[in-house]
Design a protein around this ligand. Structure first.
Ligand code: HEM
Length: 485
């Protein structure tokens, strides 16, 4: 036999060995880890169900998995939901885990704002945002804006929907609520997208498309989406169009605001700074609290005993003189007393965290508490969605919606460390708006639950969309009935 024939046989034997070894290792895993192509075929096949699929993969590998991409493309990364790893990355060795330039590239529509920046620029922006958000005047202003929007926008729309006895997408209502609110907060004007005639909202739709397209950038190798961007194909074409639409809206807003304030002598730098702040705020707000409310209302509507307890707690906390209060909204003191409602919101955020994953990049070599070695520039994704569904953290009933688990024996809210409940991030980069988010969610939740019964339309499918923010793929179709006072 010629040497060449031996070489072919040895090569074939080696390839077969590699296939069998990989197949054995990833046997029973929801995604097979193939030689050469890694997990790419599995990821692409499951792209429409990426949250649940990744949850199952993590469970299979004990909380941390090295996802292999195409071997020549350098697209391997680590996904973890292990609380010890999360604590290490977010807190203990925070300096070693940045957002990183690759993630900044993927999330390029966010610009160089707080959410997307690192090092000194991040520290500076965080300090500035902290002093703005933690200012009591800002807090009061935000609360006032939310209350007014609830009274003048939300209640009239829900009254209309209940009187007309029509089905409505509650998620769409919350999106419109958030959009109007953000514009009111940042620009001081109300686009009134939340009104009974549901006007077309091109800009907000463009925003949803940006979120979806940026998630897709996490899946293929960098060169692939960059090539698509260059050729303007598929998701990248969609992203460019949506981004232009959204930028157009923001530039229009900035120039109207500038005209209004007659500050024509501003430098380019100042304009860019303002643009980033505006983008960052709107992006953050769009992600935030109202997104969580759609999941909350779905869970409450499908768990009548939870709804009953929230209503009982509300009745206990309404003073008789307040009962006929014109604005239908609770005061802050009353909201503070709604412990069960707070627990029900935490429980919804545990199962459906609006920010479902938090990507980081290692700046240096490290070893995670799980034993996984981290090289410089390794991408790590903290999978917040899976953390809320881990038996090791929440017990055997982790998939059930049980607000009670958040209530301590003394009747207060159980304090869960952020490396176990990461819906608001953790460590030095944790959410600056958490307290405010709860106030806003409670204002809206009580305004609705006190006045209306929400019933999910029969057989309406509910599942997460493929997006960086956990929205419902098909919205939340409901019927609204007015409660008798
Ligand atoms: C239910 C509502 C909300 C949730 C679940 C939430 C969640 C989060 C999460 C997970 C992060 C970390 C993200 C990351 O590292 O990339 C974050 C960061 C942040 N959040 Fe929130 N958020 C909410 C509402 C808000 C609100 C209402 C505000 C402002 C008023 C806000 C302001 C911020 C800011 C400024 C950061 C950036 C912190 C940094 O990078 O240093 N959030 N939020």
């Amino acid at each position: 036999m010629a040497v060449a024939e031996y070489a072919v046989i040895v090569l074939l034997g080696l390839v077969s060995f590699l296939f069998v070894r990989h197949w054995k290792r990833s046997k029973n895993s929801p995604i097979t880890n193939w030689p050469v192509v890694g997990m790419v075929p599995g990821l692409l096949r499951n792209a429409s169900n990426v949250f649940e699929c990744t949850n199952r993969v993590l469970k299979h590998y004990g909380g941390t998995v090295e996802v292999k991409g195409l071997w020549f493309a350098g697209m391997d990364f680590i996904i973890t939901s292990d609380p010890m790893n999360v604590n290490h990355i977010l807190c203990k060795n925070f300096v070693n885990y940045e957002k990183g330039s690759e993630i900044r590239e993927i999330l390029e529509p966010l610009g160089d704002g707080l959410i997307n920046s690192d090092s000194d620029w991040w520290a500076y922006q965080r300090k500035m945002t902290h002093s703005l958000i933690k200012n009591s005047k800002f807090e009061l202003f935000l609360e006032k804006v939310v209350r007014q929007k609830a009274v003048n926008g939300l209640i009239p729309v829900l009254d209309h929907v209940s009187e007309a006895e029509i089905e409505v997408d509650l998620q769409e209502i919350f999106k419109r609520f958030t959009f109007d609110n953000s514009c009111l907060m940042v620009l001081g004007f109300d686009p009134t997208s939340l009104s009974v005639d549901f006007p077309e909202r091109t800009y907000a739709k463009a925003f949803d498309e940006i979120e979806e397209a940026t998630l897709y950038r996490h899946i293929p190798p960098k060169w692939c989406w960059k090539l698509q961007r260059w050729l303007q194909l598929g998701q990248e074409k969609k992203l460019r169009k949506a981004w232009e639409t959204f930028d157009g809206f923001l530039y229009h807003c900035i120039s109207s605001k500038r005209e209004e304030l007659s500050r024509c002598s501003r430098t380019q730098l100042e304009e860019e700074g303002e643009f980033d702040l505006l983008t960052a705020y709107i992006m953050q707000a769009e992600k935030g609290d109202m997104g969580a409310l759609a999941w909350f209302f779905w869970l409450v509507a499908t768990h009548p005993s939870v709804e009953m307890k929230i209503l009982e707690e509300m009745t206990e906390n309404i003073a008789v003189k307040d009962d006929k209060k014109k604005d239908n909204c609770f005061g802050t003191q009353q909201l503070d007393k709604q412990v069960y409602l707070h627990a029900a919101l935490c429980e919804a955020l545990r199962l459906y965290p609006v920010v479902a994953f938090d990507p980081r990049t290692a700046t240096g070599v490290d070893t995670l508490p799980s034993g996984h070695r981290i090289d410089q520039n390794t991408k790590i994704i903290i999978f917040i969605y899976a953390m809320g569904r881990m038996e090791e953290i929440w017990g055997n009933d982790c998939l059930q919606y049980k607000p009670k688990r958040w209530i301590s024996k003394q009747g207060g809210i159980v304090s869960v460390p952020s490396y176990k409940f990461s819906a608001f991030g953790g460590g030095p980069r944790s959410c600056l708006g958490k307290a405010m988010a709860f106030i806003q969610m409670k204002i809206v939740a009580t305004a609705i639950l006190r006045n209306y019964h929400v019933q999910v339309v029969q057989d309406h499918p509910v599942s997460p969309s493929v997006s960086v923010v956990l929205h419902m793929k098909h919205g939340l179709k409901v019927r609204i009935t007015k409660r008798s006072v």
